[in-house]
Design a protein around this ligand. Structure first.
Ligand code: NAD
Length: 289
């Protein structure tokens, strides 16, 4: 068997085009574009690249830019003050604090200052709580992108056994919740799991976010399974993932490549969340007018 390769670049392009249409409709209706505030503290080169890419993609979709760049030595109160200012600004639909932040700052505590209605990364304690309860809210971008990729490939989630490799707050935990919300039977595995191979071989859907290059081999995969590789590793030969692509593609039914799989979906999800945040805020304002 040779896996059908899920083209994340194409799925993300289509998602971004839909978001651009929603932005245009929002502008036509409200006279203003949805706005995204990216907050970058310090000069970490990787973070600068990530933020630049997010701002560029937002601009391409017609989203207004409210970027703030703060000094690396900023005190907690200064960052909190900027987040409060952006929270109060009605033109800012979504706020994203780029992580990691410099050592004198408590990243998770600062993220928690973002109100759930503007939490376009879906990472605050409140947003994660809404997700865990199955209540509507803004969802984390990378796991949402994984669901969109599975849907694009026509993979049935309801009743399927989904195994998630990794339990981070950023990917593994919200991934498991989203799969549960779609009626999959979910198993979460992690660094202390005994016999990953036996458990992952049970999976109809295997989502891998362990941050371990080529952790998943052909032996870990049930023939015909859908395998989604969230891992990203920079090597001398370019980007690779957590899945040994060549051998797994001979066993899996569907497989995402790295690059060109989950990666492009993350920014697409951020843009979509920003427009959703704007639409919800506008609807709430209209209902209280
Ligand atoms: P993390 O380091 O926070 O978490 C890794 C998780 O994997 C942990 O819960 C750990 O218990 C588990 N794990 C480690 N070794 C394991 C093993 N041998 N067996 C089973 N589980 C194991 O990482 P993260 O933030 O969740 O990211 C995971 C990977 O996904 C990284 O490579 C990261 O670069 C990538 N990532 C990609 C995107 C994207 O847009 N494509 C977004 C976020 C993260």
């Amino acid at each position: 068997m040779s896996a059908s390769i899920i083209d994340g670049t194409a799925v993300a392009r289509a998602s971004r085009a839909r978001t651009a249409d929603r932005v245009a409709a929002f502008r036509a209706r409200h006279g203003l574009a949805p706005g995204l505030a990216t907050v970058l503290v310090g000069d970490d080169p990787a973070s600068e690249v990530y933020v630049r890419n997010k701002r560029r993609a937002a601009a391409e979709a017609g989203i207004a830019d409210f970027h703030r760049h703060l000094d690396a030595r900023s005190a907690p109160d200064e960052v909190a003050g900027v987040l409060a200012e952006l929270t109060a600004n009605n033109r800012v639909s979504g706020i994203l604090l780029q992580l990691p932040v410099p050592g004198q700052l408590d990243g998770p505590a600062l993220v928690d200052l973002i109100p759930p209605g503007k939490d376009v990364d879906g990472l605050t304690t409140q947003s994660q709580g809404l997700l865990a309860r199955g209540v509507p809210g803004l969802r984390p971008c990378t796991p949402s992108g994984v669901i969109e990729l599975l849907d694009s490939a026509g993979v049935t989630l309801a009743g399927a056994h989904a195994v998630v490799v990794g339990r981070s707050e950023l990917v593994g935990r919200p991934m498991a919740q989203l799969l549960l919300g779609r009626d999959a039977t979910v198993t979460i595995t992690h660094s202390r799991t005994r016999d990953l191979e036996a458990i992952s071989r049970e999976a109809d859907i295997l989502v891998v976010a362990a941050g371990r290059p080529a952790l998943i081999t052909a032996r870990h995969v049930k023939p015909g399974a859908a395998v989604i590789d969230v891992g990203i590793h920079r090597t001398d030969h370019g980007l690779t993932g957590d899945v040994a692509f060549d051998e797994v593609s001979a066993v899996a039914g569907h497989l995402t490549p790295v690059p060109g799989g989950v990666g492009p979906m993350t920014i697409a999800g951020l843009l979509s969340n920003t427009v959703s945040a704007a639409e919800i805020a506008a609807a709430e304002t209209a209902s209280t007018d």
